[in-house]
Design a binder for this molecule. Structure first.
Ligand code: CMX
Length: 137
């Protein structure tokens, strides 16, 4: 069902200062920054080998990432796995009794189709399933 780790989402208070670790110290390059109003975040993708780090900065105190930072501080927020067929993957998760946050795929950053699984049914890890979007590379 799962291909590779598409990205690891890291919640940060401020992308501009957080990104320096990855660029100035680790020597990585930023692939793009965009705002995702639907999710109340600004995101920045940094390719790392075959995967990516996604820095997530809240744009609204009521958003999921703002709440996460308020409760737990900055840090790893979610892991995103790439699937070939998201509708099919969600059907399997549903059938196996996992709690779906998104019952159907929706559009996420970079134009990818995404859906989240609730951390209470996945061992405390917020999991995003995403269908490969060439534009997101
Ligand atoms: N990872 C692991 N556990 C998490 C979590 C996370 N990122 N966020 C919340 N939780 C835990 C909380 O600690 C809490 O556990 P306890 O009850 O044991 O304390 C539980 O989940 C419920 O938390 P909550 O505060 O009551 O619920 P929230 O209103 O914060 O919602 C969640 C949590 C996961 C349902 C919500 O954040 C969500 O729908 N996330 C999916 C969308 C999203 O995260 N968007 C931002 C990224 C978008 C992008 O990548 O583009």
């Amino acid at each position: 069902m799962i291909g590779k780790v598409n990205h690891i989402g890291i919640a940060v208070r401020d992308i501009e200062s957080a990104v320096k670790l990855y660029t100035d110290v680790f020597g990585l390059l930023v692939a793009g920054t965009e705002e995702v109003p639907d999710q109340k975040v600004k995101v920045c993708f940094i390719p790392v080998g075959e995967s990516r780090v996604e820095l997530l900065e809240p744009t609204d105190p009521e958003g999921a990432v703002a709440k996460f930072i308020a409760n737990k501080g900055e840090g790893i927020h979610h892991i995103a796995y790439e699937v070939e067929d998201l509708v099919k993957a969600l059907a399997i998760c549903r059938e196996k009794g996992l709690r779906l946050i998104d019952e159907t795929p929706r559009r996420g950053a970079g134009g990818a189709m995404i859906a989240f699984l609730h951390p209470k049914s996945t061992g405390g890890v917020l999991i995003e399933l995403c269908e490969h979007a060439p534009a997101a590379d």
